[in-house]
Write a protein that binds this ligand. Structure first.
Ligand code: FE2
Length: 267
């Protein structure tokens, strides 16, 4: 007679010894509530106006034009601002002030990782930290698949216009590929965390940390899967945004790329 699966594979070891699982290596990301409240509404309104002005993007390119229109980096032909040597955010007067405030928070976050006391470096970052930034306007069918900005030091996202119906932001553990390549079967370990931001939130994380704005695919493919329990998306049959989901992404460059020649010589 065959032994049951439980009897063969799962002896009741808990009765004979003290068994614990110890979770290692939590990782901090930075979260500011109600960031730059004095500039948020003006930024939302200026970005909404720019998005509306870009409606002509879809005249000649109904599909690709819609993608280009929703991210400020692209012109109506899909040419990236950085290939033209332009800042990805144009015509937002508050941007220079807000950028400084983001850098101040990023330096605060940096201090949580390191005991760095190099005032020359810190002063240089405060004044000259290179940024690559853009705004995004998403409707209910928009998403952005898993990606990272590993060529940057920090990535940050300010949720300028955000409500309950809007897609959240998901993060994926850097151990994800390693664990899934190592284990037989599907991993039951938590490898994704969904953050549901509130309007005004500013998040900052290392550029190498993978993230996505989940879309209808997340609902369709992952909603019912145990290992996708952290996935999130409203049912695409019923969700309709009342207003655009507006975010501003500010990537901050690798530290030594942001140093002036004078500063490099000084440290
Ligand atoms: Fe991103």
């Amino acid at each position: 007679m065959e032994a049951s699966y439980e009897a063969f594979f799962l002896p009741d070891i808990n009765n004979v010894m003290d068994v614990n699982i110890i979770n290692l290596f939590e990782f901090p990301i930075y979260h500011v509530r109600n960031f730059a409240p004095e500039h948020r509404e003006t930024c939302a309104s200026n970005i909404t106006n720019q998005y509306k002005e870009r409606a002509y993007y879809i005249d000649n390119n109904p599909i690709k034009g819609e993608y280009w229109r929703r991210i400020s980096l692209y012109d109506d032909k899909g040419v990236h601002a950085h290939t033209k040597g332009l800042d990805g955010i144009q015509g937002i007067p508050e941007w220079s002030i807000v950028k400084k405030q983001i850098k101040d928070h990023a330096i605060d976050y940096l201090h949580s990782f390191t005991d760095l006391k190099n005032t020359v470096l810190l002063k240089s970052l405060k004044e000259d930290w290179t940024d690559y930034s853009w705004w995004s306007c998403y409707a209910e069918n928009d998403d952005y698949p898993w990606h990272h900005h590993a060529n940057m030091f920090f990535t940050s996202c300010w949720f300028i216009q955000h409500d309950e119906k809007h897609a959240p932001l998901s993060f994926r553990s850097p151990l994800h590929s390693l664990i899934n390549g190592w284990l037989p079967g599907d991993s039951k370990l938590k490898n994704e965390v969904v953050i549901k931001p509130e309007q005004g939130d500013l998040l900052i994380w290392p550029g190498w940390l993978e993230h996505e704005v989940p879309g209808p695919d997340a609902y369709i493919f992952y909603n019912k899967m145990e290992q996708g329990a952290n996935k999130w998306q409203y049912d695409p049959d019923t969700i309709k945004y009342d207003q655009l989901r507006i975010t501003l992404t500010c990537n901050l460059g690798k530290l030594h790329d942001s140093l002036t020649t004078h500063t490099r010589e000084a440290i």
